[in-house]
Write a protein that binds this ligand. Structure first.
Ligand code: GLN
Length: 248
């Protein structure tokens, strides 16, 4: 169900992150190795966000398979960035297939993605949604679990939570309200990234001055390390820390 990644490091083309590796995100859209929870391919949309400089990221999202869009291939070949978040989507049954339902979700410098599903959607999370300003609910990008999760994380960021707390506490709250949910979240501001491992796989590859967090390793090289279930990853281009997810 959905595959996502974040890259932080020296400037590279988007193609180097998305297209070129042998088991690239594009390949993972039609031949993923580790799908759980029902999906088989990730053909319901994709999105890429990248940071061209010090300012806000640029975002490109479409409700179609990434392999069927000639524009992303052309953009990726000529666009360089030192921070990229990207996702390919397998819509949960019953959820809308729209550009706005594809990650990354965004505000200011933040980019966000969710790999998984909220069990008992939407009834299970009504008490959590009730804590959000009505305006946030009326302006969700799409009527999906992932868009609501972003609203919950963003609400915490706006309130001053640091990114690790915003992600960790949101996972804890949703896991308590909707047991059995799969909640692999990914958040970046282009300098640091936070990822939760809660129901799906996540791998990390560190190299000097660069880090990649990805649902699946993009090659069979030795540099990849699987993050254990129930953990939170905090990454910058200079290093990675892993700690247990908070419980409620
Ligand atoms: N439930 C989310 C959606 O429908 C994410 C799906 C996934 O991870 N496959 O968009």
């Amino acid at each position: 169900m959905c595959r996502h990644l974040v890259y932080l490091g020296p400037s590279v083309t988007l193609a180097e992150v998305l297209f070129d590796p042998p088991h690239s995100l594009v390949r993972q859209s039609w031949a993923p190795r580790d799908m759980r929870g029902g999906g088989t391919i990730n053909a319901d949309g994709f999105g890429v966000g990248w940071y061209p400089g010090e300012g806000e990221p640029v975002r490109y999202r479409r409700a179609q398979p990434i392999w069927s869009d000639p524009t992303i291939a052309q953009l990726a070949a000529v666009t360089r960035a030192g921070a990229v978040l990207a996702a390919v989507r397998s819509a949960t049954v019953g959820m809308a297939v729209l550009d706005g339902a594809a990650a990354p979700f965004a505000e200011g410098r933040w980019l966000f993605s969710h790999n998984g599903v909220v069990r008992g959607w939407p009834d299970a999370v009504v008490p959590l949604a009730a804590g959000l300003p009505v305006r946030d609910l009326l302006t969700l990008d799409a009527a999906t679990d992932s868009a609501l999760l972003w609203a919950l994380v963003r609400h915490r960021l706006r309130a001053g939570d640091d990114p690790a707390d915003a992600v960790g506490r949101t996972v804890a709250d949703v896991a308590a309200a909707a047991p059995g949910s799969r909640l692999n979240l990914l958040l970046t501001d282009g300098r640091q990234a936070v990822a939760s491992v809660a129901g799906h796989a996540l791998s990390v590859r560190e190299s000097p001055g660069a880090v990649l967090l990805a649902s699946e390793p993009h090659d069979d090289g030795p540099g990849w390390r699987a993050v254990p279930e129930g953990h939170l990853v905090l990454a910058t281009a200079d290093g990675v820390r892993v700690r247990p997810l908070p419980t409620r």
